[in-house]
Each structure stands twice: as structure tokens, then as C-alpha cells.
Ligand binder design. Structure first.
Ligand SMILES: [Zn+2]
Length: 97
């Protein structure tokens, strides 16, 4: 995701982390693809072979920025357009506040 300049705000970078869905370890290696094209991995800690499910994470700072923009004037749709953040994700953050 590339975010062009938004009124001088900081760039939001997408961080993809890969974790073993079984044991939570990040000590995993890619292990080919399924016939449907999903990336597979092998976990070196629990020896599992599974399909990789990338997760997008936001830092606390990024969350706060997005929530601040939301409180000021932005609609959820414009947040999605500006930050590439999904609407359910933002709603979850708002409910937690
Ligand atoms: Zn594992």
C-alpha cells in the first residue's frame, strides 16, 4: 500500500508479520504454495506445515493517528481511502476506547 501525502501527515506503512497459527512462533520458513496459490509455511518450532495467513498490524501510534483523524472530521470511508485501513478494524478500535 502506498499512501501519497495527506496534508503532511505521517506515512502509514503496512506491516506484515507472519506467525505460526498453531504455536504463534515467527520462526517459520516459506514452503511452497498450495494449488490454490496460498503461501505455505513450515514452522521450525512446532514442525507444523500450514497455510500462511498474513496479518496487517498497526502500531499504537498509527492507531491513534487514524482515530484522531476520525474524531476530527473523517468518515470511515475516507479513512479507508487515506490509510487503507478496513472499516471493521477502525470500528473495533473505536469500541475499545
Ligand atoms: Zn508453530
Amino acid at each position: 500500500m502506498v499512501l501519497s501525502s495527506v496534508g503532511g501527515m505521517k506515512m502509514i506503512k503496512e506491516t506484515r508479520t507472519y506467525q505460526c497459527t498453531r504455536c504463534g512462533s515467527t520462526n517459520i520458513v516459506k514452503n511452497g504454495r498450495t494449488r490454490y496459490g496460498s503461501q505455505k509455511y513450515h514452522c521450525k518450532d512446532c514442525k507444523a506445515y500450514r497455510v500462511l495467513q498474513p496479518k496487517v498490524r498497526y502500531t499504537q501510534e498509527q492507531k491513534e493517528l487514524i482515530l484522531k483523524v476520525y474524531q476530527e472530521r473523517a468518515s470511515l470511508r475516507s479513512l479507508r481511502r487515506l490509510f487503507g485501513v478496513s472499516i471493521p478494524t477502525v470500528l473495533r478500535w473505536i469500541q475499545k476506547k
